[in-house]
Design a protein around this ligand. Structure first.
Ligand SMILES: [Cu+2]
Length: 299
């Protein structure tokens, strides 16, 4: 235990995306959780700074994030996963992943998370800057892939499009869906896919870096918010969206945009009364493995 503590202190002294004490204002936070954050900090090289881990845990963002994704996969879930979700008090979302409207909500929800965390933890703002460009080399020094196969050529073309041809997209929605997922569900087929195989870079990158050995696996929505690589990916997406809106001269006062941001904010507000004894203990039942292994190759 002493060792873990010492490690925690040495990490605390660093700045930037290393660690900070911003936002630590609740000395009564429960010890179990605190210890859990210390273990993650000390054993996971990609862990976000500890105050952020503590914030994510006490606000139960992991459960919210799992819920966000799960209820948008509803029509594709098997009966036992649906039953589990219902027992957590969850219900099918109006828009499934890949349906028209889900692209903007995907961008907006992640924007709300990034803006919330950077305003609460300004000294760690650089944790959310994101990649200049997603790494495509399997042996990348900072972000080696867990996938043995070389980077998919169609997804590499998507990176070029997103880095250099953003103006080709017409709307936030088109950009969001293209980035997020290959799913394009129809009423007849919840598993229908986009004809354009360069779509879905986001899900592909989650898949490519997933790591079953990690406690903060980027492939597991219930824990991946604790992972720096998650924010490298989503920081990059965020920057691409910002650039797109700049190129198109789109205002943050646009009602459709504002409504999407508001919806994201409402989702994150800790207003959900979770079954059990409050908002900080997570879900009443641990999520099944099938929902924690979320991302597929999506080619
Ligand atoms: Cu993601």
């Amino acid at each position: 235990m002493m060792k873990l503590f010492a490690l925690g202190v040495s990490v605390m002294l660093a700045t930037g995306c290393a660690a900070s004490t911003d936002g630590v204002d609740d000395p009564s936070a429960d010890m179990d959780g605190e210890q859990q954050d210390e273990v993650v900090s000390a054993t996971e090289p990609l862990a976000m700074p500890k105050p952020i881990l503590t914030y994510l845990r006490t606000q139960d963002w992991g459960s919210h994030h799992l819920q966000w994704h799960t209820i948008r996969q509803w029509d594709r879930l098997g009966p036992s996963d649906q039953a589990w979700a219902k027992r957590q008090g969850w219900a099918r979302a109006d828009l499934m992943e890949g349906a028209k409207g889900n692209g903007l909500e995907f961008l907006a929800m992640h924007r709300v998370m990034i803006r919330t965390l950077t305003s609460k933890f300004p000294k760690n703002a650089e944790c959310f800057n994101g990649w200049e460009k997603p790494p495509t080399d399997n042996a990348d020094k900072a972000d080696p892939a867990t996938d043995a196969e070389a980077f998919d050529a169609k997804k590499a073309a998507a990176i070029d499009k997103l880095q250099n041809h953003l103006a080709d997209f017409k709307t936030d929605e088109e950009l969001g869906l293209y980035l997020e997922t290959t799913l394009r569900p129809t009423s007849a087929d919840p598993n229908a896919r986009a004809a354009d195989k360069s779509a879905g870079l986001h899900n592909y990158l989650h898949y490519r870096f997933q790591d079953a050995k990690s406690k903060i696996d980027i492939g597991d929505p219930s824990v991946n918010l604790q992972n720096k690589r998650f924010w490298r990916l989503h920081g990059w997406i965020e920057a691409r969206w910002t650039e797109f809106r700049k190129i198109k001269n789109l205002s943050e006062q646009d009602p459709k945009y504002l409504a999407a941001i508001k919806k994201g904010e409402e989702m994150l507000a800790p207003k959900l009364k979770l079954p059990g004894d409050g908002t900080t203990k997570g879900l009443p039942e641990a999520p099944p493995e099938s929902l924690r292994k979320f991302f597929t190759k999506d080619l």
